[in-house]
Design a protein. Structure first.
Length: 173
């Protein structure tokens, strides 16, 4: 008679955590009639005909080995949101995001003053975009850390606007 084999009660070791994914993100902004606005986009989807999106994000993507984070942010703004402008070269915020099924994402955030919005861009058929005033930003962004970064840079962005106006008055043309 064969002996009953006892099942091992030892727990399998937990899988090693995935290494973090480094991403660059860009917060496109503009002043329209002295109102500070930010450009938000929808995640990539095939259905852009829906009139209401429940989730709005900013352009972001994985930083490739041969590209600097700031340049990566500029590329994401163009590909995902179809905007060009002056990218502030220094990181203005950092936050981590842990998706349900994946590695932690370390997100280096830059700001871009938008000077041109394209009518046609690479991901136009996969995304919608919308300008949102600062006071409404938390109604659309589901990442509290990102909302804090945006709100925390308000004074700096307004100072830049005042400096730009003063410079134009002193050095017209």
């Amino acid at each position: 008679m064969p002996k009953d084999k006892k099942k091992s009660t030892k727990k399998k070791p937990a899988p090693a955590p995935l290494p973090p994914v480094r991403k660059s993100a860009v917060v496109p902004y503009r002043f329209k009639n002295d109102v500070l606005q930010f450009l938000l986009i929808t995640p990539k989807t095939k259905d852009t005909k829906s009139t209401k999106a429940s989730l709005w994000i900013i352009p972001k993507g994985t930083i490739k080995a041969d590209i600097r984070p700031a340049e990566s942010a500029r590329i994401e703004a163009l590909e995902e949101a179809g905007v060009l402008g002056e990218l502030h070269p220094r990181i203005k915020g950092f936050y981590c995001f842990e998706p349900k099924n994946g590695a932690i994402q370390e997100i280096f955030t830059y700001f871009m003053k938008v000077s041109y919005t394209m009518k046609n861009w690479e991901e136009k058929n996969q995304r919608k975009r919308m300008w949102v005033a600062l006071e409404n930003i938390r109604d659309y962004i589901d990442e509290p850390e990102l909302a804090e970064i945006i709100e925390g840079n308000e004074n700096r962005l307004r100072r830049n606007l005042l400096w730009e106006r003063a410079r134009k008055m002193i050095f017209p043309g």
